[in-house]
Ligand binder design. Structure first.
Ligand SMILES: N[C@@H](CCC(=O)N[C@@H](CS)C(=O)NCC(=O)O)C(=O)O
Length: 227
């Protein structure tokens, strides 16, 4: 059976979790606690970058959430979650990559920067641009690029639904607000949604990982200077 290495607090793992549930694929969950399980030699063999999610299917290992979603879409094509019409496919890919490249890092800033840091205002301004673009791309469709749920809805939905608890009100973006309510009516989304306490635990984990990453960068810079 397909093995899914995950943690319920991880938004990247949740992309894959939701895809598995929406496609009703049977899987064996393997919980990875992010306070050290990901650094154990057995897991490093599976993902040298010590990241979840990972899927192992019939002995074939896939890392990177977006690659895993594509693998699941092609191996388990029903229901179709990736449209083939050129503009619809481009819409899905734009929404996925804008979420990964423009939204995600700003959400991390909202969580990890001090309240009085100018980076908070910059993050909010950048997020406003993303939400306006998403409003245009959704247009009058119930989902991105399709009348049915797509991989773009999963990737963007996880990011956008994390904004209200971080102080960004979706009422200012009515179409996205209705879309996010549509997502939350789906059983898979209710099953994987974080409780308020889990969201606080997620924020604490993000702060720790950001600190560790900054330390790694400083160490790397010092090592380069000493070369
Ligand atoms: N680009 C990767 C990112 C995966 C990622 O950053 N996963 C985080 C959890 S959301 C993780 O495993 N962090 C553990 C670590 O950095 O040690 C993907 O999309 O799968």
């Amino acid at each position: 059976m397909l093995k899914f290495y995950y943690n319920p607090l991880s938004p990247n793992a949740r992309r894959v979790w939701l895809t598995l549930l929406e496609k009703e694929i049977s899987f064996e969950p393997v919980l990875i606690k992010l306070d050290g399980d990901q650094l154990q030699p057995e897991f490093i063999k599976i993902n040298p970058f010590h990241h979840i999610p990972v899927v192992v299917d019939d002995g074939f290992r896939v890392v990177e959430s977006l690659a895993i979603m594509d693998y699941l879409e092609t191996k388990y094509p029903m229901p179709v979650m990736l449209p083939s019409e050129p503009q619809a496919l481009a819409t899905v890919r734009m929404v996925q990559t804008v979420t990964a490249n423009e939204l995600f890092s700003q959400v991390i800033s909202l969580i990890s920067e001090n309240e009085d840091s100018p980076k908070i205002l910059q993050a909010k301004q950048h997020i406003d641009k993303v939400l306006k673009l998403f409003t245009d791309l959704l247009s009058n469709s119930p989902y991105f690029g399709s009348k049915q749920l797509t991989l773009a809805d999963i990737v963007a939905g996880i990011g956008v639904l994390s904004l209200p608890p971080l102080g960004i009100n979706l009422n200012d973006y009515p179409k996205l607000n209705e879309w996010s309510e549509r997502l939350m009516q789906r059983p898979a989304w209710q099953k994987t949604q974080l409780s308020a306490e889990e969201f606080e635990a997620f924020k604490r984990r993000v702060r720790v990982l950001v600190k560790l990453r900054r330390r790694e960068i400083v160490r790397g810079n010092k090592a380069n200077v000493n070369k």
